[in-house]
Design a protein around this ligand. Structure first.
Ligand code: ADP
Ligand code: ADP
Ligand code: MG
Length: 585
């Protein structure tokens, strides 16, 4: 019988032996560390002896950096598809490419999604956890005989399948290619469809620009275009919606869906609304960040997302999260018990070439106001005026806490030191907020990833003494799990503290979950913006979605909003009745 538990080292947390000053008392030798007994692997990390380690949890409890995990190995998952090295991350099972379908992949960061795509493309030859000798693809094929993935591995071996990947990190693009957008795309084109793709993704206006001078959202669309014009059988998109606004997300989703009419498509994505809209099937990835990740069976798109929210995989009988996530269904305009409110006046803000007109409005205590609108329409400008960072001075006379869109925190302090040095409401922090960032306490601010930094910034903004809390794009860089946690936290803290929180975001699921009312920004991006007064959810969503030409219904089981497939019966019916969105079931 194979062993059930084993210690695994998370290299992202380990400080590589420097501070290992304990021994495994179940020696044997298990974990051999301590002053005399640190066993350093070739690259300086402590090593565990897999044969001898009995998974007794002592090392996990003692490591001050929380770098050791005791992992339950489900029996049937005996052999990983790939393991990066001794005590390193292991990937179990793979995404399954299916003909004429989009398979959506949902799961947290650091769980092996990008690794899996690299296996599918042949960039990584899977080693089946065999570290001593090289493993032939033949062996992997043999191991996966009879499984859906066998066919793909065989094609890979025969070089019978071409895979095109839109990489996760698009900001590397300008470093890899110098020149104009147009030159990059023309050089990449293999399919004679460049014109069509440029038109569909609305890239005409930036073709002559240098790759180094375009915005994050534009880079994302360029990377997607560069993938669509390649000749391939399987197209993979690793996080295609980062930096895009709602309208652009839908546009990209539609283009990817069309691609699946003749191809196999796999999409890794953290925006649940987008996954739902574009996927025929989904796979959930679960496990432990940095240590191991398992791809679930292929599920219908609805089932996959619901089981993800539930934290429980039905077919596999595996619970991977203690709590389930539900979307409370509120009455259409939930009356916020508000004794107090703050009015802000109508105002105008001008930059050279851009003007924002803001209608007057009120902020009620204890409510969350979601803000929706395209990029470059003045959302950040509005937030900055409320925060008192930009003229005009509108004299809110309220204490403001503000999380900017672009985080520039630089500090040699650890997260814990930073938290302790700030003015925060300790009671609320300890009770509600601490859990959200506690795992990062020992890390230096300068070493945090984008998502980790985002979490710290959200936590501090919510914990500061204030009457109004302003959060500009809190979902950026957060994985799907953290988005859901963040929106729960924002709601809870705003209600508890009876403050008003304004949340600018492009993730419709998050905005729906978090908001009591909505503010809609419209106009002409980059030229003229109009900020409408806050309105009840249903009214705001209806107005916004009508412009986007998309309708939403509610999932009866989880209450989450689900986009109707364009042209479906529900879509046509709801459009006819001008009912683009249901605020409640
Ligand atoms: P995801 O795409 O789900 O965020 P990745 O596949 O990028 O996750 O990474 C999964 C884990 O594998 C991470 O803990 C990462 O640190 C680790 N990892 C990725 N590449 C390597 C590598 N070349 N060597 C060792 N570990 C790696
Ligand atoms: P959003 O948050 O909706 O994406 P912003 O409020 O950041 O939009 O920007 C709205 C418009 O104002 C954009 O065209 C932007 O280039 C312009 N803008 C923003 N800040 C400045 C500034 N300090 N000087 C000049 N133009 C600016
Ligand atoms: Mg990734």
């Amino acid at each position: 019988m194979s062993k059930q538990t084993i210690a695994v080292l998370d290299r992202d947390k380990c400080v590589a032996g420097k501070k290992c000053s304990y021994e495994c008392i179940n020696f044997n030798p298990g974990v051999r560390m301590g002053k005399e007994t640190v066993v350093k692997g070739e690259d300086g990390y402590p090593e565990f002896d897999e044969e001898d380690c009995i998974g007794c949890e002592i090392s996990a409890k003692k490591c001050p950096f929380d770098a050791v995990d005791i992992v339950n190995k489900p029996q049937e998952l005996d052999r990983p598809v790939h393991q990066y090295g001794k005590n390193s991350f292991r990937l179990y099972r793979l995404p399954v490419p299916l003909e004429e379908s989009v398979v959506g992949i949902i799961g947290p960061n650091g769980i092996g999604k990008t690794t899996a795509l690299k296996v599918l493309s042949g960039e990584i030859t899977p080693n089946l956890g065999e570290l001593e000798k090289t493993v032939d693809l033949k062996e992997a094929i043999q191991y996966y005989r009879g499984k859906e993935i066998q066919k793909h591995l065989e094609e890979l071996k025969e070089k019978d399948v071409k895979v095109a990947i839109k990489p996760q990190t698009v900001n590397k693009l300008p470093k890899m290619f110098e020149g104009k957008v147009k030159e990059l795309l023309e050089k990449t084109e293999q399919k004679n469809n460049l014109k069509e793709v440029i038109q569909k993704l609305e890239l005409e206006e930036i073709l002559e620009r240098d790759l180094g001078s375009v915005s994050g959202g534009e880079l994302q669309k360029i990377a997607i275009a560069a993938t669509l014009i390649k000749e391939a059988d399987l197209y993979c998109f690793d996080e295609p919606t980062s930096f895009l606004d709602v309208k652009q997300r839908l546009k990209v989703a539609r283009v990817i869906r069309e691609l699946a009419e003749n191809n196999k498509v796999i999409v890794v994505e953290h925006d649940l609304g987008v996954v739902d809209y574009l996927s025929d099937y989904t796979q959930v990835v679960y496990g432990k960040k940095g240590t191991y990740g398992v791809f679930s069976n292929v599920k219908s798109s609805r089932e996959g997302i619901n089981q993800f929210l539930e934290g429980y995989l039905t077919d596999e009988n595996i619970r991977f999260r203690k709590e389930s996530i539900t979307f409370e269904t509120r009455p259409p305009s939930k009356p916020v018990k508000s004794k107090e409110k703050t009015d802000y006046p109508e105002f105008t803000k001008k930059y050279p070439g851009f003007q924002l007109d803001v209608e007057e409005g009120e902020l009620r205590n204890g409510e969350v106001i979601g803000i929706l609108g395209p990029n470059a329409i003045g959302k950040t400008t509005f937030i900055k005026v409320l925060a008192g960072e930009e003229d005009p001075d509108i004299k809110l006379d309220k204490k403001i806490s503000y999380k900017p869109q672009y985080l520039k925190m630089k500090s040699k302090k650890t997260v814990k030191q930073l938290v302790n040095s700030q003015e925060i409401l300790e009671q609320v922090f300890d009770l509600r907020i601490k859990k959200f960032i506690e795992d990062l306490y020992e890390k230096n601010i300068n070493n945090l990833s984008g998502g980790e930094l985002q979490r710290v910034a959200i936590a501090l903004a919510l914990a500061r003494p204030s009457d109004v809390c302003l959060l500009d794009e809190p979902s950026a860089f957060l994985d799907v799990e953290r988005r859901v946690e963040a929106s729960k936290l924002i709601r809870k803290v705003s209600t508890d503290r009876e403050i008003t929180t304004l949340v600018v975001d492009h993730d419709i699921t998050l905005v729906d979950h978090v908001s009591d009312r909505l503010m809609i920004f419209e106009g002409k991006p980059g030229t003229k913006g109009k900020a409408r007064s806050p309105v009840p959810m249903e009214k705001g969503m209806n107005k916004f979605l009508e412009k986007m030409d998309i309708t939403f219904r509610r999932d009866p089981q989880t209450g989450r909003p689900r986009a109707n497939k364009p042209g479906s019966r529900k879509d046509r019916e709801q459009k006819k009745n001008r009912n683009y969105f249901y605020a409640s079931n």
